[in-house]
Design a protein around this ligand. Structure first.
Ligand SMILES: CC/C=C\C/C=C\C/C=C\C/C=C/C(=O)SCCNC(=O)CCNC(=O)[C@H](O)C(C)(C)COP(=O)(O)OP(=O)(O)OC[C@H]1O[C@@H](n2cnc3c(N)ncnc32)[C@H](O)[C@@H]1OP(=O)(O)O
Ligand SMILES: Cc1cc2nc3c(=O)[nH]c(=O)nc-3n(C[C@H](O)[C@H](O)[C@H](O)COP(=O)(O)OP(=O)(O)OC[C@H]3O[C@@H](n4cnc5c(N)ncnc54)[C@H](O)[C@@H]3O)c2cc1C
Length: 661
């Protein structure tokens, strides 16, 4: 049953919704982690709808950058009062959702304080510092950005220095070169007045590596930059244009403090882990939003005939359109599920770390790096497919895609370039490979058992077992991913070792294997995503929901296997006939999903505000609203543009006069 049917909606959508074979609320509860969460989302969305002061005065697409910033600041100034009424502020998902409704994809203009600056203070300060800065940070008496990236350096080699002065007992923060300027920190340009500056710590001429420092960059009252601080906005970007990403130059600035060594030398990186954990479900949500817009639009757009004489069909009936869109839906769901799992894992490990237990830190780091890299890349490609699936209207800001996709671009870069992060996964895999090749053979115990990589130590079947069974066997597909991941991991490891035996240094050998290393990392993460999706679906009771989820799972698994076919077939593990079964499973899944497609996207329960798209409107009244949208364009305030006669009008007039001569 589809709960979104309303009698005045577009008739094609009513028809689509009436065909649902499952309960959309049950699906929504599965996606958002239970019925109560679904209910809370609806209550929060209603709160947002009822409070007009939180709405945009005109569509964001029609605003200049300054207007966007002012609009975001205006909302931020009243946001704190509202959020306490709308949400349980201790529930991060409720807070995130309310933020999304109010600010949409451009984000809260103090988001870096919430997701990076302040968490760094919470997780990386001692008791005394917490007493001084926790409550005031919570109250937003100050706003802290996270200033790590520099104009031209990598993080191990950061150039910003924090030198301890024994006499004054102060740290002196300095940007010694132009390349050491902090560049990119969010909300640093104008909004925030404190920066958590990552700088190389020097004590008694000894460097202790990058450490975070709490630096007041603007006067708390006047908001003017403090002496020694040069700060500003880095200019317009592809997206996130309500975020004033900034530059910062420190000229011998003196924040005071003492040095307390952390429990692990990578604790300083824990703020990045938290954000990486947030990014994967966000990528899932973005992709599901794009798929919702494109699938609804494809259900109301009629173009061409399949059976001559039968009339124009909904473009969603074309197999090509389904093949373009449904895998995005399945991937979006896979990212949401894996993201939720690892977010919980991340919070548990961060709690352990606070108690001095860092045993799971490396496992967590690797999985977060890999998921962030795969999900952001596939979401970017997938959103582009969604845009293209909407034809010309997909290119209009009215579709929502220009804002969504241009913001999405940052996903592959923020919190570490994707390839750099895949190489971190590969580092971790090479340690497991070493255990497989040497340590276990010589009687040593492998590292602590862990569901994420145990398969690397198991003997999987040597032949692919995918067959043409009517009910697909997911275990056979999962084993194919495991086989590929293990093979690529060991191949990369053996190549590395051979190169080293031939005299290459570790670093040079690493570089010469880095494409293969990234392939191994991708295969490992694909395996994790597939396993998580299977595990989650296996926990579902209730046949109608289970059936539609299995259709999506079937599409996900076989689509991903097809993407890996070169690696699976090159050594004869998978045969040509099996590739044929894989494709058959994909096409079958597309046809099974087709009648439920609109109801599946309805199940996400996205409001029109979240979609921000005329094409994806819940009621399907696209064409009349496209006209309204165009008429609202600021250009159409004038019948004749104020500067028309100055240029084009004059040009035409002069041409007419000439031709009269
Ligand atoms: C569409 C919307 C998308 C998103 C919007 C949402 C929010 C985002 C908006 C804006 C916020 C953005 C903020 C930022 O970007 S903040 C800056 C983030 N910067 C980075 O992420 C830099 C990436 N680089 C790194 O993290 C490190 O350079 C890297 C981990 C790649 C390498 O570390 P290092 O330089 O130390 O070198 P290695 O020798 O390779 O590593 C040494 C060792 O340490 C281990 N390691 C590294 N990091 C961690 C960690 N976090 N936890 C645990 N362990 C870690 C690494 O595995 C090595 O271990 P070993 O192999 O045992 O030696
Ligand atoms: C919208 C946005 C918001 C941001 N917000 C913040 C913020 O709040 N705070 C902050 O500190 N930073 C922030 N950043 C910076 C961001 O974290 C970095 O841009 C990101 O980590 C990538 O680093 P980089 O720009 O130095 O790229 P590079 O690391 O220079 O990457 C450029 C290319 O070089 C390749 N490369 C680099 N190193 C290696 C290697 N070791 N092996 C192989 N290939 C390599 C990469 O794969 C990539 O292709 C933000 C960036 C953006 C775009």
């Amino acid at each position: 049953m589809n709960h979104q049917i309303k009698k005045d909606d577009n008739p094609d959508l009513i028809e689509e919704r009436s065909k649902a074979t499952f309960d959309t609320d049950a699906f929504g509860a599965f996606i958002w982690g239970g019925y109560n969460n679904l209910k809370r989302r609806r209550e929060i969305a209603r709160y947002y709808e009822d409070h007009k002061e939180l709405h945009d005065t005109v569509p964001i697409a029609f605003m200049t950058r300054e207007e966007k910033l002012e609009n975001a600041y205006r909302k931020a100034s009243i946001f704190e009062n509202h959020i306490k009424k709308a949400c349980d502020v201790n529930n991060p998902e409720e807070v995130r959702y309310f933020n999304w409704l109010v600010y949409h994809i451009d984000g809260h203009p103090t988001s870096v304080h919430s997701i990076m600056g302040f968490p760094t203070i919470i997780n990386q300060s001692d008791k005394e510092q917490q007493e001084r800065w926790l409550q005031s940070g919570e109250n937003r008496e100050y706003l802290a950005t996270y200033a790590q990236t520099e104009l031209g350096t990598n993080i191990k080699k950061l150039e910003t220095t924090a030198t301890y002065d024994q006499k004054t007992e102060e740290f002196i923060l300095n940007s010694p070169t132009v390349t050491s300027l902090k560049w990119w920190p969010g909300n640093m340009g104008h909004s925030h007045n404190v920066a958590i500056v990552m700088a190389q710590l020097w004590i008694n001429n000894k460097c202790y590596g990058p450490h975070p420092f709490f630096v007041q960059i603007r006067d708390p009252k006047t908001h003017k930059p403090l002496p020694g601080i040069t700060v500003g906005d880095i200019g317009p970007k592809f997206g996130l244009n309500t975020t004033d990403n900034g530059f910062l130059k420190l000229d011998h600035v003196f924040p005071n403090g003492t040095y307390v060594p952390p429990v692990h030398d990578k604790i300083a990186y824990s703020s990045m882990m938290l954000v990486r954990a947030i990014i994967t479900p966000l990528m899932g949500e973005n992709l599901c939003i794009g798929a919702t817009i494109a699938i609804r639009y494809s259900a109301i757009r009629r173009q061409g005939e399949i059976k001559p004489g039968d009339g124009e069909v909904q473009i969603l009936d074309y197999q090509t359109q389904q093949h373009r869109l449904f895998p995005q839906l399945a991937r979006g769901i896979a990212f949401l599920l894996a993201g939720r799992n690892t977010y919980n894992f991340c919070n548990n490990v961060l709690k352990d770390i606070k108690n001095g237990d860092v045993s799971l830190l490396a496992d967590l780091h690797a999985i977060l790096c890999g998921l962030k890299a795969i999900s952001s890349y596939q979401a970017e490609l997938g959103l582009e497919q969604c845009r293209m699936a909407c034809g010309g209207h997909g290119y209009s800001a009215a579709s929502g895609f220009p804002l969504l996709n241009s913001n999405q671009f940052n996903g592959v870069t923020v919190e570490g370039d994707n390839l750099v992060l895949l190489l971190q996964v590969a580092r971790y895999l090479m340690k497991r490979a070493k255990e497989i090749r040497y340590e276990i053979r010589y009687g040593q115990q492998p590292s602590k058992p862990n569901e994420i990589y145990d398969y690397l130590f198991d003997d999987a079947p040597k032949k692919c077992l995918i067959d043409q069974a009517y009910v697909p066997n997911y275990k056979n597909v999962l084993e194919s991913f495991e086989y590929l991941s293990k093979k690529l991991t060991l191949q990369a490891y053996d190549k590395l070792e051979q190169l080293k035996q031939r005299g290459r240094t570790s670093e040079v050998a690493w570089n010469e294997c880095s494409v293969e290393l990234c392939k191994a990392a991708r295969a490992h993460i694909r395996t994790f995503l597939a396993r998580t999706f299977i595990n989650e679906v296996n926990q579902v009771n209730g046949l109608p929901l289970l059936t539609v989820l299995k259709d999506l799972l079937q599409l996900y698994l076989f689509y991903e296997v097809k993407e890996c076919m070169a690696g699976l077939m090159e050594d004869g593990y998978m045969l040509g006939q099996q590739l044929h079964y894989v494709k058959k499973n994909i096409y079958e899944a597309l046809s099974k999903i087709r009648p439920n497609a609109v109801s599946i996207v309805d199940s996400f329960d996205f409001t029109d505000r979240e979609l921000n798209s005329v094409l994806g409107r819940r009621d399907g009244h696209v064409y009349e609203n496209l006209l309204k949208w165009a008429q609202a364009s600021p250009l159409n305030k004038h019948d004749v543009l104020p500067f028309h006669h100055k240029y084009l009008g004059r040009m035409m007039e002069e041409a007419r006069q000439k031709s009269r001569l």
